[in-house]
Design a protein around this ligand. Structure first.
Ligand code: MG
Ligand code: MG
Length: 253
């Protein structure tokens, strides 16, 4: 396994790509409302990207045949949801939006789970805990630390919120490609053992279920759901490991 080390100049390019992703996720916020469909979000981002960043390419579109710019995963959908016209958002739903772009050869990737209006207090805990797991995991991204501590932190944090860490999927190295080594696990004992170094760029993406960690893949070949159709959440940031510690690249300041 080789993990690429990026120069400071390259990290700036990854930052630019991630900034586009962050702006898009922020822009999409206003489209998340009762009555909107998953496909409306897809249409909104397509127009937005064409208008604002015509030289950016949606990284998921065509990736192993994926048919959309966004992954839109509603309620029981964990990740990789294909945005559909039939999926209508309603008050109390949650929707994860995952977006990636390539910009002049470098990639950005980030995701968040949004609330559609007011949600149940347990669903609130699901979102809070999963986002907290990401926040805590990011703190582990400093040179010399073990990658395994990222997984341990995500797992422990999710458990603290009485959530079910989803171990089957996880994060990845990112930079000149969307998905690179290493696998960034959400649970201990799953990913490779290695030391983090300055210049590595990782997408960290905890996923959790409110009542289960067991997942199924739908016959569309993409959409991952919880087996008992209870809700799940997903948050993701692209983070550079620098001499000064972690630097989140997919955040608007
Ligand atoms: Mg992603
Ligand atoms: Mg990712």
């Amino acid at each position: 396994m080789t993990v690429e080390i990026l120069s400071k100049e390259e990290i700036e390019k990854v930052r630019t790509a991630n900034r586009i992703v962050a702006e898009a996720l922020e822009y999409l916020k206003e489209f998340v409302k009762p009555g909107a469909t998953a496909w409306d979000l897809e249409m909104a981002v397509r127009e937005w990207l064409k208008k604002n960043y015509p030289n950016a390419r949606a990284a998921f579109y065509g990736y192993r045949g994926f048919p959309a710019y966004l992954c839109v995963s509603v309620n029981e959908e964990v990740v990789h949801g294909i945005p559909r016209k039939e999926r209508v958002l309603k008050e109390g739903d949650i929707v994860s939006i995952d977006f990636g772009v390539e910009y002049y050869g470098y990639y950005g990737d980030s995701a968040r789970t949004y609330k559609v209006g007011e949600v149940d207090k347990n669903v609130e805990r699901l979102l809070e805990g999963t986002e907290k797991a990401l926040e805590e995991a990011i703190k582990q991204l400093y040179p010399g630390n073990q990658l395994e501590n990222v997984a341990k932190t995500i797992y422990k944090t999710l458990k603290r919120y009485r959530l079910y860490p989803i171990c089957k999927y996880g994060g990845h190295g990112i930079g000149r490609k969307l998905h690179m080594e290493p696998f960034v696990a959400n649970c201990p004992g799953v990913g490779p053992k290695m030391k983090l170094k300055e210049g590595m760029v990782l997408a960290v993406e905890p996923m959790a279920g409110l009542k289960t960690a067991k997942t199924l893949e739908l016959s569309d070949g993409w959409t991952v759901i919880t087996w008992n159709r209870t809700p799940a959440a997903h948050f993701e940031h692209t983070v550079a490991i620098t001499e000064n510690g972690p630097e989140v690249l997919s955040k608007l300041d």
